[in-house]
Design a protein around this ligand. Structure first.
Ligand code: URA
Length: 284
């Protein structure tokens, strides 16, 4: 076979740069999977739920005992979540009596298609006893690999912001609205958000912080049930109302990833975190 002419050889660096720009930053399988394909409903398999987990998770060290089993709806085609999965997530979350139980039931939950492409469940970091809980949107690549929220570049900026108000990860509790990385860091869909909502709501309830900080518009809009944009929301105290009726003062602020792209707005975030510092002082 004759060698390709130099001007037809693909520039591998340009191709990789194109993929990275498009959010395609890892190879998952040799062959593509059609997740829209209709599949026959599977019978309920409450006691074998881990069989459906990705290889990496099945090989992970085993976790503490799961909460009492809850009747599981028949598996749905992965890309077609529905109200049944939301109801199931709500039931599982309500049955978790501790944060460890909640983590365990989320690890076994197969009703959100994001889990199929994520490497790890990203449950939390920091101190669950902390007075302040920070909530982001969804894990990125670094978080997915480590199984911890905010460990990448935006996490490093978050650590510097916390340091500026004398906090660190031993004094805050951190989680995301969505605990599985959306492929290519795309925005989670409304269905994915609604399926995951019962888990983050229960996580807030079980951690019981005195103050919430919403990192970015997605977290603020989802949990404060508003459609207002983050630039309007930020800097003003709101009240988060949980499903049980619990009310927690909540400060929406700019997402650290946004601040990395828009450093001129760091001064706004600085003001928001000073508000948080004063609120914590007033509540202590
Ligand atoms: N962005 C988020 O919203 N959460 C993370 O954990 C990391 C980046």
């Amino acid at each position: 076979m004759s060698a390709a002419a130099p001007d037809t050889i693909p520039d591998i660096h340009a191709l990789l740069a194109f993929y990275a720009e498009a959010g395609v930053d890892e190879a998952l399988d040799d062959a593509p999977i059609n997740r829209f394909e209709e599949r026959a409903p599977q019978p309920a398999q409450p006691s074998h739920q881990h069989e459906a987990r990705p290889q990496a998770q099945r090989n992970a060290p085993s976790q503490p005992a799961a909460p009492p089993p809850v009747a599981r709806p028949a598996a749905q085609p992965a890309a077609v979540p529905d109200g049944q999965q939301i109801a199931f997530a709500r039931e599982l979350a309500a049955n978790a009596a501790t944060l460890d139980e909640l983590r365990e039931c989320m690890a076994g939950f197969d009703g959100c298609n994001l889990k199929a492409t994520a490497k790890n469940l990203v449950f939390s970091d920091g101190n669950p006893e902390a007075a302040v809980m920070l909530i982001g949107e969804a894990p990125g690549r670094d978080e997915d690999l480590e199984g911890k929220p905010f460990v990448g570049r935006s996490g490093q900026l978050l650590d510097r912001i916390l340091d500026a108000i004398d906090l660190d990860r031993s004094k805050v509790y951190i989680a995301n609205v969505i605990p599985w990385r959306p492929p290519g860091n795309r925005a989670p869909t409304p269905q994915e958000t609604e399926i995951c909502r019962p888990f983050i709501e229960r996580q807030i309830e079980l951690a019981g912080p005195k103050v919430l900080v919403h990192l970015g518009g997605a977290s603020a809009k989802t949990l404060l049930n508003t459609t207002e944009g983050i630039l309007r929301l930020r800097g003003n105290w709101r009240v988060y109302t949980g499903p049980s009726g619990v009310e927690i003062p909540a400060m929406p602020t700019l997402h650290p990833a946004y601040l990395l792209r828009t450093p001129a707005h760091k001064r706004l975030a600085w003001r928001d975190f000073l508000e948080v510092k004063m609120k914590l002082r007033a509540l202590s």
